[in-house]
Design a protein around this ligand. Structure first.
Ligand code: NAD
Length: 476
């Protein structure tokens, strides 16, 4: 994907970091301590499959242990390599600091195309990989807690959790060794949708401040905005679904591995997703224009571009042709450092990855807390809250009876007001709060500091400041 003269993913992240620390007053030693990746473990292991031994290469990188456990997803893709996991681990450090989840940054990956394997084969491979990592404490509730990423999901997390539990039979907190598990294996409601949901909450917060909307030369709200999404996987699908179903955005383009779909009147996200699941691609989908050159759709006219697949898709060669005035980086590192510069010069507003896709780690944090506290959120308060609401409703009902035709309680008010918050409502509320507060901290720096011209720098400044404070508190 990367063109000549283009920095690698890790170099891109370092360049963005360097641009930020140039505006800060950190000692050179502390600056270097924060920038470098602490350790990367490479493992090669064999699994007997289809009558032969196949060798796999996996990585787990720990970028910063200023807080522990460290946290970050495990990716299954053929493109996985040391440079990539180290870049992703660094982003995790900055992301966790920005949204105030108490973790250092880590990331893992396995060099594999999961689509080439049967489910039972993937289970054996995943369990073996988990075993290799767990025996070195690279999976551990108090030291290193993975989560899903590209190519992995609830199923893989359940295998990892079970493998860890088998190896640590007396660890009462074993379930907290990994997040993104299915609900029946210690997961939390709302984790699957969390990253896409976070993208939606981020955009809502962006559109709440006219100054930000003006900077992107846009107007109004999310309603009617034309959106192009790249990657209809976990993150892209949920973001596109929520933005179209709940905020009135029009999904005009969807880009997948085998090409892109375009419909100026809006694509039916659910229908495209069903098609993708059934056919393994988007080609042949009715009611849209299909082009095998998916990446070209990134350059199509739209209001908001959401790259939600992989890194480096906006690079030196296509950056100048990107028309979207607003890009939200749902994927990690979709814009290279060189492309970032071209886009900034053009005035494109970029909501950066370390903030935009932080919904996943935020809800992972809630899941980890749930696992450690061994109780579902809302279990103690919900009915009590409903009983108190009932008291108020009874009083309102008396008023309603007394006033007769002059006033009455709105028909659906009772039902809405009575319902106490369950786990999903609490998770969404916690996620919304997190995304708003983190955005506001970036916005403040963006607007208040003359030397900060973009949201990415604002995000790095806020987050590096917090990481530096942690290191200083440790006496470094
Ligand atoms: P996923 O595997 O569920 O989905 C990725 C999608 O992108 C798939 O539908 C795949 O077919 C598509 N894709 C792959 N290559 C493509 C290409 N060249 N062009 C167009 N589409 C392509 O992965 P995901 O979990 O949705 O992750 C997507 C991105 O979001 C990654 O960068 C990941 O690091 C980031 N992210 C994910 C989470 C999470 O909670 N899953 C959290 C934070 C960040």
């Amino acid at each position: 994907m990367l063109k000549r003269n283009e920095p690698t993913f890790r170099e891109s992240v370092d360049m963005m970091f360097n641009r930020a620390v140039a505006l800060m007053d950190l000692s050179p030693g502390l600056e270097e301590k924060i920038r470098v990746c602490n350790a990367t473990y490479t493992v090669r292991f064999g699994v007997r499959l289809r009558g032969d031994i196949q060798t796999f290469t996996g990585y787990r990188s720990v970028h910063s242990e200023h807080m522990e456990p460290v946290k970050g997803g495990i990716r299954y893709a053929m493109s996985v390599n040391q440079d990539e996991v180290e870049a992703l681990a660094a982003l995790m450090t900055y992301k966790c600091a920005l949204v105030e989840t108490p973790f250092g940054g880590s990331k893992g990956g396995l060099c594999i195309d999961p689509r080439q394997y049967e489910e039972h084969e993937l289970e054996r491979i995943t369990r073996r990989f988990a075993y290799e990592l767990a025996k070195r404490d690279l999976i551990n509730p108090s030291q290193n807690v993975p989560a899903p990423d590209m190519g992995t999901g609830e199923r893989e997390m359940a295998w990892i959790a079970d493998q860890y539990a088998r190896m640590n039979t007396t660890d009462i907190n074993a379930r907290a060794c990994v997040t993104g598990k299915p609900l029946n294996a210690g997961g939390i409601s709302g984790r699957v949708e969390a990253t896409g949901r976070g993208v939606q909450y981020a955009l809502r917060e962006f559109f709440r401040d006219k100054r930000d909307v003006d900077k992107a030369n846009l107007q109004g709200t999310l309603d009617g905005k034309r959106v192009i999404v790249q990657g209809l996987g976990n993150v892209g699908y949920h973001a596109a679904k929520f933005l179209s179903a709940e905020d009135g955005a029009i999904i005009t383009g969807i880009i997948e591995r085998d090409g892109g779909l375009y419909h100026p009147g809006g694509l039916d996200v659910e229908a495209v997703q069903h098609w993708l699941t059934r056919h393994g691609g988007v080609s042949g989908f009715p009611d849209a224009t299909y082009s095998p050159e998916g990446a070209a759709l990134l350059e199509e006219d739209c209001d908001i571009l959401i790259p939600a697949a992989l890194e480096g898709v906006i690079h030196l060669e296509n950056a100048a042709r990107i028309k979207a005035p607003l890009i939200i980086e749902a994927a990690n590192g979709p814009i290279t450092a060189s492309a970032d510069e071209i886009l900034r010069d053009k005035g494109t507003v970029i909501i950066p990855d370390l903030y935009a896709n932080a919904g996943g780690v935020t809800v992972s944090y809630f899941e980890w807390v749930k696992n450690l506290s061994h109780i579902r959120f809302g279990r103690m308060q919900r009915r009590q809250e409903e009983a108190r609401h009932q008291l108020l409703l009874d009083e309102l009902q008396r008023l309603d009876d007394y006033l007769g035709d002059a006033w009455s309680i709105s028909p659906d008010f009772k039902q809405k007001y009575l319902k106490g918050a369950g786990e999903l409502e609490l998770v969404r509320s916690g996620l919304d709060d997190t995304m708003r507060i983190a955005y506001q901290s970036m916005r403040e720096v963006w607007h208040d500091r003359a030397d900060v011209g973009d949201l990415r720098m604002a995000a790095y400044l806020v987050s590096i400041d917090k990481v530096a404070a942690s290191y200083r508190a440790k006496g470094l």
